[in-house]
Ligand binder design. Structure first.
Ligand code: ZN
Ligand code: ZN
Ligand code: ZN
Length: 351
């Protein structure tokens, strides 16, 4: 099959088209003919070597997959060839550890992130994923949209609904609001009845961020302190919840934007940078820090239902043939795109 392979860490050009064997089909595996694969910042930090945990090269990146079931292993019961499906971010969970048994499979001790190893990932014509990590795509949701539901919608659903437990009337700040996660966070926070504050580096995105659910948009340069603006918009109090899709570069302004008793949910980290932290600045203001790493299959199914009902619309910036994965990475690193880029193995590259 055709696949984009990374053999050693590097710039976008490290992604090279190769002909590789079909991924193996284990007893509980569903092998999917890929219709679309979302391009995630995770793929960038895997490719360039910043993320090392669980990463083994050579690899085929990509964990935001939708497609049609091609074949199933002998122990699979819930899926059959021809089914329309999409995946969580994982290739494997054990199914019996304490985390798997309590809807916290995103912390399974032996989980394998899809695309981080074994030449099995979504930037390819086929991918193999164990049935625990696959969901049926409901009628009315198209496959291209379904590809990004687990990561771009489900992760924010996990953060906003399940971890932050946002209530109507609370003030919620979404950082990286124009990115693939943020633009869905805006919709979910709005749907939860929050007053929604979007922080973005792109002035050109401000109008669309309002359309996607932001009540207020704060534009600031990369790493700039936006907290004075947030304070001004909140009677000097700050926000109750931050959905932090950015990480270290905005650590200090984010901390200053939190109201007394604020909940700070870590979702994204765009660089490998460390931060300086004085614990007293957190506990004197009763700040809680929690984190979200990905999406359980239950959360994926809930997110698909929200899409089916029209509560959330997956925001897709554009799509490229598989061969142009490097270009997709450059666009993503440039921060130009609103929402998610898709790779489509079925599209042919321009000659
Ligand atoms: Zn992702
Ligand atoms: Zn990741
Ligand atoms: Zn487990």
């Amino acid at each position: 099959m055709r696949a984009m392979v990374v053999r050693a860490p590097g710039e976008a050009e490290a992604l090279q088209l190769e002909d590789v064997p079909l991924p193996t089909l284990r007893d509980n595996d569903v092998r999917i003919r890929v219709e679309a694969c979302g391009v995630c910042f995770h793929d960038v930090v895997t490719r360039n070597g910043v993320l090392r945990r669980g990463v083994r090269m050579p690899l085929i990146p990509g964990h935001e997959v939708s497609g049609i079931v091609e074949s199933v292993g002998p122990r699979v019961r819930a899926f059959k060839p021809g089914d329309r499906v999409c995946t969580t971010q994982r290739r494997y969970i054990c199914g019996f550890c304490r985390f798997c048994r309590s809807s916290r499979e995103t912390s399974c001790e032996t989980r394998e992130f899809l695309g981080d190893a074994d030449l099995n990932g979504g930037y390819a014509e086929y991918v193999s994923v164990s049935d625990d990590n696959v969901a049926h795509v409901p009628p009315g949701v198209d496959l291209a949209q379904a590809a990004i539901v687990s990561c771009a919608v489900g992760t924010e659903l996990n953060a906003i609904r399940d971890v932050a437990q946002v209530r109507p009337g609370e003030r919620v700040l979404i950082s990286g609001a124009g990115g693939g996660l943020g633009v869905h966070g805006l919709q979910l926070a709005r749907g939860a009845g929050a007053r929604v504050f979007a922080v973005t580096t792109s002035p050109s995105k401000a109008d669309s961020l309002r359309q996607w659910g932001a009540h207020e948009v704060v534009v600031c340069g990369r790493g700039e302190d936006f907290s004075a603006q947030i304070k001004e918009l909140t009677n000097g109090e700050g926000v109750d919840v931050v959905i932090d899709n950015v990480g270290s570069v905005l650590f200090e302004p984010t901390r200053r934007s939190l109201a007394m008793g604020g909940r700070w949910i870590f979702v994204g980290q765009l660089t490998g940078d460390f931060v300086r932290l004085n614990p007293a600045q957190l506990f004197l203001r009763d700040i809680t820090i929690r984190s979200v790493i990905s999406t359980s299959r239950n959360q994926l199914q809930d997110a698909l239902a929200l899409v089916q009902q029209g509560m959330v619309k997956p925001v897709i910036t554009g799509e490229l043939p598989l061969e142009e994965a490097a270009q997709a990475h450059r666009l993503m690193e440039g921060g130009q795109a609103l929402g998610r880029m898709l790779l489509r193995p079925g599209l042919r590259a321009a000659a």
